[in-house]
Ligand binder design. Structure first.
Ligand code: AMP
Length: 118
């Protein structure tokens, strides 16, 4: 897949504050937050879209969910957050390096699926 800004961020080529990092992923603040808390969990492995993930990515995908819960907790929003993955242009994806959005700090129950991103 083509390199993206998230590839450069995960490799440390663009100085970006990591709220969390481990050998598999990094967590950064979204540059255009859609909620008071809006962070991105980005695997170091560049997978273009969720649908491009393979059976061998199963452990990684599970890890990203575990990290999401931990990071939400650390940010003080562990009781009320939304986790979003946009898949493909039609799904609102703009950066083609798989990532998870954590959104919190506003009424996430309002608007249900319509609220959120894009
Ligand atoms: P998506 O639309 O799901 O592909 O999400 C891409 C997200 O990345 C958007 O919410 C952007 O605001 C965010 N974004 C793009 N470039 C950066 C950057 N350099 N640092 C942090 N967030 C970014």
């Amino acid at each position: 897949m083509a390199d993206t800004i998230f590839g450069k961020i995960t490799r440390g080529e663009i100085p970006t504050e990591f709220l969390y990092e481990d050998e598999h992923c990094v967590v950064i603040r979204d540059i255009q937050p859609q909620a008071p808390t809006h962070v991105l969990i980005i695997p170091r492995k560049p997978i273009s879209r969720l649908v491009d993930s393979q059976p061998e990515d199963q452990t990684l995908l599970g890890h990203l969910l575990i990290v999401a819960g931990k990071v939400a907790d650390q940010l003080g929003v562990g009781d009320a957050f939304r986790l979003v993955i946009n898949n493909g242009e039609g799904g609102g994806q703009t950066v083609f390096h798989l990532h998870l959005h954590i959104l919190a700090g506003r009424d996430m129950a309002e608007g249900q699926l319509a609220s959120g991103l894009n």
